[in-house]
Design a protein around this ligand. Structure first.
Ligand SMILES: Cc1cc2nc3c(=O)[nH]c(=O)nc-3n(C[C@H](O)[C@H](O)[C@H](O)COP(=O)(O)OP(=O)(O)OC[C@H]3O[C@@H](n4cnc5c(N)ncnc54)[C@H](O)[C@@H]3O)c2cc1C
Length: 516
């Protein structure tokens, strides 16, 4: 697959769109461009969704918090996009109920009214009405909720998804629209003519080979690295980003059995706290810590871990300890800077589109939920700027790769959508590939082979962190599964034993940083 995509880089005809960055924003922009009929190439320096886009809270939501902040236009836009995603990717996004437990007399009416407004804003795209719960009903839905002082709760609905799987799905959608995409292909410099950006030099990280690629429109969708690309374009450009770290802890399902999430609307630092069931575990998050260092592998700070453990312990009957944490992952939000002294929690989650004098289009900020809208705005602006013929957007109606009316998003292999049939055929071909990857992980060996053959997985990490979510579900189990993944990948990609060994070592070093 990689060889045929690399061959497309040799075509001397310039691309209409070169999109730099393979996270939610870049993939959304590339799908939008290809769907409108533009010749589109996306390049990603590491793996698709390696950055912030695999480290979210996994919610497709309007954002109850933005409602609290009074940002109604952001909530409205996100609720609309939530509705589109449920329609266009039912195999990846599903309706999830959230319980807001109430311990003070005023909390029920206060949050109840706010959530009714949330229902109203969703309108016909709503996922179900919010309603008040008695104390007994609340405990029936979340039996492990702290009962001392509990008065009742409010239940409402939002969307949940698998972020890295949606990224892989967008990648497959892009390829299906005759777009091209390559991971492990960083942009190392920009190509300019008469002060205008005309393309980029990309380096194949696997071989070191550099190539020039030309394009009429170049989009910078590099997330937390957006300022680096802006500086490649114009060394004197002012930074526009402020980074904020958010971490999550993954716990065993016994801490919070049942199918509903908990939302704590007000933590000590004025944020919301979620405890969300996901792939048979519970994800607790998140934090909002201003940081200045950019990294593809950010690390949770001890005070962030303490904060989450202390806060969630107030709401659960069993207090989780560091030893109970199956995995701990951190992500960096690329927020656009505001005036001096503004806290990152108060910075805008709206997206920002900037056009530099050279014509480089930078798109940043926003949320996973609004990736399609960000892509639409970006392509409209960039096409106009590049003098490309105008075509209308079609992504609001575009069914994403694997779309199926039959697949329930909670079924086995649901994330593959209609591909699940081909995947099970693969398992029939070689019965040993039906074997589980690891006794504590919900994956089978055939998924490794599938990822290498059809989803552009190039390393053990690609498979264990993003094609499957083993690293997040149980970091130790994923490290134990690394040798068998390396063996299968080596056979698929034609690699030798030395490669296998190196892959296992590198993956284990990474996995160790996900357990406490
Ligand atoms: C803790 C946390 C929780 C969140 N929860 C939610 C949620 O529940 N719901 C929601 O809707 N949103 C959520 N978000 C927001 C959402 O995750 C982000 O808005 C989104 O993932 C940003 O995507 P991106 O593509 O802009 O950035 P990224 O995903 O970081 O992608 C940028 C990519 O560019 C690549 N790149 C950088 N430089 C180069 C180069 N020179 N050449 C080639 N490639 C390059 C990087 O490797 C990276 O993969 C959350 C964010 C955080 C941090």
């Amino acid at each position: 697959m990689r060889a045929s995509l690399l061959a497309r880089l040799d075509d001397p005809e310039p691309w209409d769109f070169l999109v730099v960055g393979g996270g939610a924003t870049g993939l959304g922009t590339a799908v939008e461009a290809a769907c409108r009929g533009y010749r589109t190439l996306l390049v990603e320096q590491h793996d698709f969704a390696k950055g912030t886009s695999s480290r979210s809270t996994k919610l497709i939501h309007g954002g109850v918090r933005y409602l609290q902040q009074g940002n109604l236009s952001l909530v409205l836009e996100a609720l609309h996009e939530r509705g589109l995603l449920l329609r266009n990717a039912p195999h990846l996004v599903h309706n999830l109920s959230f319980v807001v437990p109430t311990y003070d007399w005023w909390e029920g009416p206060f949050y109840g009214v706010g959530l009714k407004l949330y229902d109203m804003l969703a309108g016909r795209m709503g996922l179900g009405p919010s309603r008040f719960l008695s104390r007994e009903q609340t405990l029936e839905i979340i039996p492990t909720l702290e009962p001392g002082g509990l008065r009742g709760g409010v239940i409402y609905h939002d969307g949940q998804f698998d972020d890295a799987r949606l990224a892989v799905t967008l990648l497959r959608t892009l390829l299906g629209l005759d777009g091209a995409a390559l991971n492990y292909m960083p942009v190392v410099s920009l190509l300019k003519e008469s002060g205008l950006v005309r393309g980029a030099v990309v380096r194949d990280a696997e071989t070191g080979t550099e190539r020039e690629v030309y394009a009429r429109a170049v989009v910078n969708a590099t997330g937390i690295f957006a300022d680096d690309l802006r500086r490649m374009d114009e060394p004197a450009s002012e930074p526009i980003l402020a980074l904020s770290q958010g971490i999550h802890l993954v716990l065993d399902r016994s801490f919070q059995p049942g199918d509903s999430a908990i939302l704590v609307p007000h933590t000590d630092d004025g944020r919301v706290l979620f405890a969300v069931p996901w792939h048979g575990r519970v994800i607790v998050g998140t934090t909002d810590t201003p940081l200045s260092e950019r990294s593809l592998e950010p690390r949770a700070l001890p005070e962030e871990i303490d904060f989450l453990l202390t806060h969630i312990a107030r709401y659960l009957t069993r207090d989780p300890s560091p030893a109970d944490v199956l995995s701990c992952f951190a992500g960096l939000r690329p927020l656009v800077r505001a005036a001096e002294g503004t806290k990152t929690a108060a910075l805008s989650r709206d997206h920002t589109l900037l056009i530099s004098p050279s014509g480089l289009v930078t798109i940043t900020g926003g949320k996973w939920t609004t990736y399609r809208r960000m892509g639409e705005d970006t392509v409209t602006q960039a096409a106009l700027l590049a003098g490309l013929p105008e075509f209308p957007s079609g992504t609001a109606e575009l069914r994403l790769h694997g779309w199926s009316a039959e697949v329930e998003s909670t079924a086995d292999w649901a994330v593959y959508g209609s591909d699940a049939v081909a995947l099970s055929r693969l398992a029939e071909e070689r019965p040993e590939w039906r074997q589980p990857l690891h006794p504590r992980l919900p994956y089978r060996l055939c998924e490794v082979v599938w990822a290498a053959r059809h989803e552009m997985a190039r390393t053990v990490e690609d498979v264990l962190a993003r094609r499957t979510r083993a690293l997040l579900l149980d970091a130790r189990a994923s490290a134990e599964a690394a040798p068998i993944v390396a063996r299968l990948m080596a056979a698929e990609l034609g690699k030798d034993e030395e490669w296998e060994q190196r892959q296992v070592e590198e993956y284990r070093a990474l996995a160790r940083s996900y357990w406490l």
